[in-house]
Design a protein around this ligand. Structure first.
Ligand code: GLU
Length: 405
């Protein structure tokens, strides 16, 4: 063992690698070895980025927009972002009060790194997206995970929030529609959470709205800064082009919030990655200002897939799944499979065992719910065409039916 290894940062050493990426790598390895896999694990739309957005990027290259941009982002893009927050979310903001980052992840990490100190606490409702608690850990602070089970629709209640707020609470992280459950907070539910925090003006709220446009059954989207203007001066509203415009690889996330916070995040970013990729920023500008029919069309496709997948999953022995209200994930309980043996004789004692056996024995990749802080569940991303989804469900069904007590 190298002694130099002791130099590893203690916060990084204690953090877990991204569970979603671990599974993405595992799927890639299996495929490279020639084994077919239907991938329901990765949280990214299967569509191509719209043609006019791709063209805008090509045009940007030819026009020579290949140099550094301002750290906070191109002014034209920031103006488009401010207009998006005003028009779609009713959040009155100026372009100066926006920030462009290299993906939604960098928005969140910048915000936490810019504010957290030793001993600070961040409230994270579970199930949560895998990276929230690890980012808090990387900042040397403490994630306060609040289990939000099926009984509350996987959502944080005001009672549960009041029970965990302490003088050390720095942030509450909200994500609606949710990754991994698809749960959507209504306007009234957000107001009730705000009520708890109104007499704690030192607590910040991070509203991760990345799945904003993927909301079904005609429901409307609400976000904290919109429903409770008194929370606006301490809410960071974060969004991006990844999910709405099938642009995960372009790495563009953005936010609006209090000026002092955005300035601190910009300072951090200026010493770290500088501005986001210039070409991607031009593409994001085309996405936000161009025709929006892609967003509407893909929403209907996802809604159809959601209906098909939820009804198939509920017919599989050992699985149970409430119909998700948004995003592109089904969060199915696999409690009925726990304690059983797979056809290859593997004991399924956790959702992780179920997910691994499902991959090895049926060639279907899903994420174990415990990676998101709540088991035994499976997160099933239905971001695939209907024929592949059907084949995957048949694979899951065959796997479940061949288990034995
Ligand atoms: N957000 C997606 C997921 O949950 C992409 C992978 C990641 O960044 O975690 O699968």
């Amino acid at each position: 063992m190298s002694y130099a290894r002791q130099r590893l940062n203690i916060h990084l050493a204690a953090a877990q690698p991204s569970a979603t990426y671990r599974m993405i790598d595992r799927v890639a390895e299996r495929r490279a070895s020639g084994a077919p896999v239907i991938s329901l694990n990765a949280g990214e739309p299967d569509f191509d980025t719209p043609a006019h957005v791709r063209q805008a990027a090509i045009d940007a290259i030819h026009a020579g927009h290949t140099r550094y941009t301002q750290v906070a982002g191109l002014r034209a893009l920031r103006e488009a972002i401010a207009a998006k927050f005003r028009d779609e979310n009713g959040i009155e903001t100026r372009w100066q009060d926006t920030l462009v980052c290299s993906g939604g992840k960098q928005v969140i990490y910048n915000a936490l790194a810019a504010t957290l100190n030793a001993g600070d606490e961040v409230i994270i409702p579970a199930p949560y997206w895998v990276s929230y608690p690890e980012m808090v850990q990387l900042c040397g602070s403490r994630a306060v995970v609040v289990a939000c089970g099926e009984a509350s629709g996987f959502k944080l209640t005001p009672q549960a929030l009041s029970a965990v707020v302490t003088p050390r609470t720095s942030w509450l992280i909200l994500n609606s529609p949710s990754n991994p459950t698809g749960a959507v907070y209504s306007e009234a539910e957000l107001r009730a959470l705000a009520e708890v925090l109104l007499d704690r003006p030192d607590v910040l709220v991070l509203s991760d709205d990345i799945y904003e446009h993927l909301i079904f059954d005609g429901a409307s989207f609400s976000t904290m800064a919109q429903v409770e203007p008194r929370m606006r001066d301490r809410t960071l509203t974060m969004n991006g082009v990844s999910k709405a415009y099938a642009m995960t690889g372009w790495r563009i996330g953005f936010a609006t919030g209090p000026a002092w916070l955005l300035e601190a995040m910009e300072k951090l970013q200026g010493q770290q990655t500088s501005g986001a990729c210039s070409i991607s920023q031009h593409a994001a500008l085309a996405a936000l200002t161009g025709p929006q029919d892609f967003v509407r069309d893909t929403r209907s496709v996802f809604e159809r897939r959601r209906d098909a997948v939820a009804s198939r999953l509920n017919r599989i022995p050992g699985l149970r799944c409430a119909k998700p209200a948004g995003a592109f994930y089904a969060f199915a309980s696999c409690e009925g499979l726990i304690g059983r043996r797979s056809a290859a004789g593997r004991l399924l004692s956790s959702d992780e065992d179920v997910a691994l056996a499902l991959l090895d024995e049926a060639g279907v990749a899903v994420m174990p719910g415990s990676a998101f802080g709540l088991g035994p569940y499976l997160r099933i991303a239905y971001a695939l065409d209907e024929a592949s989804l059907d084949k995957a469900c048949t694979g899951i069904q065959g796997f479940a039916e061949s288990t034995s007590a």
